[in-house]
Write a protein that binds this ligand. Sequence first.
Ligand code: AMP
Ligand code: GLY
Length: 420
Amino acid sequence: MNILILGGGGREHALAWAVMQNPKCDKLIVAPGNAGIAKIAECASLDILNGDAVVQFCEANAISFVIIGPEAPLAAGVADRLRDAGVLTFGPSQAAAQLEASKGFTKEICDACGAPTASYARFDTAEDARAYVQDQGAPIVIKADGLAAGKGVIVAMDMATALGAIDDMFAGEFGSAGAEVVIEEFMEGEEASFFVLSDGENVLPLGTAQDHKRAYDGDEGPNTGGMGAYSPAPIMTDTVTQKALDEIVKPTVAEMAKRGTPYQGVLYAGFMIKNGQPRLVEYNARFGDPECQVLMLRLGAQVLDHLLACAEGRLHEARVNWADDHAMTVVMAAKGYPGAYEKGTEIRGLSDLPEDSAHMVFHAGTSERDGKIVATGGRVLNVTARGATLQEARDRAYDMTSRIDWPEGFYRTDIGWRAL
Ligand code: AMP
Ligand code: GLY
């Protein structure tokens, strides 16, 4: 079959790498793709937020399956448009993607199905929000309701920060995403992510991961989209995973179906875990980036079968074939990220690195210019490795990073410290 993947980051490179290994894939096109993806698939230029344009592209290129990588096309209703046109699609509808696009909506779903999460209140004026925070005290968490590129959450350890965050959000710092604000109880514990496929009714767990959001070693520095990840997450023991499925994920999927907006796609649940009890921090309607990279390296070609079973409503038949392995990805970013950084700097040494089922450098923000690979984004490369132990995966990943010649880049040297 001919397959189209929407997106152009490390997540989509990892998805493309896994899909390409499955003999069911005859031809793979990725839009927009990047320099790493261009080595294994065709890259196309296409407005991926425009459902009509994507449908036309599918018709013109005889595409029979579309995999949607990032959240923006989901929130824009591209999956709905494709399914209306009869194109088999992996990714939730606009209504179901609200689990990521609206934090207030997710809290409402948790209330309705009894899923453990932080207590909260929703506000549409600064005055009421301020009064609530003054009553509750710090620490407390202030969240813009809508999509804010991962920046709309302020964990306020003191009252001044909390009140400042409220004023900034209502002053329009996150645009319309901050027109409504959710204020939550601060939860203590250890965070982990859980990835499950849902076909609207059945769920299939794909794996667990932990990431590092801070830019620098020791979990210091500004928040980023993620500087590295590993899978599995040791804190997600069988007992915690079963609790998360029974108390949070399955009730959510059932509640979405009950409302006539079944969730079809990958549900990425972020948990805070304390004393063996998971509580929901957030949902995302897509794979995590860079968590997807470690999941794909571990799962390989079978991923396509599972994504197809998900899109076709056959997840009850699907079985994940697990190896008892570990994977780690180290993000190489442009110096200055997540602030201002230089673009167009050259990366050397990539062609000398191994590329096999245990070693892959996924590209997140690169393009090719005059035969050279140049950095075009903040997070640029995801140096990913697999091993029998996390230590082996780590050693392999860091051996590769040390061989990449890119003076304008940086990476954390302590990915996985908590688990190791
Ligand atoms: P989110 O975008 O909802 O994932 O929030 C970003 C980060 O803020 C999470 O990964 C947590 O580290 C932190 N966070 C969000 N909500 C809470 C909460 N209620 N208590 C403690 N930390 C939180
Ligand atoms: N790595 C965090 C995310 O994809 O949201």
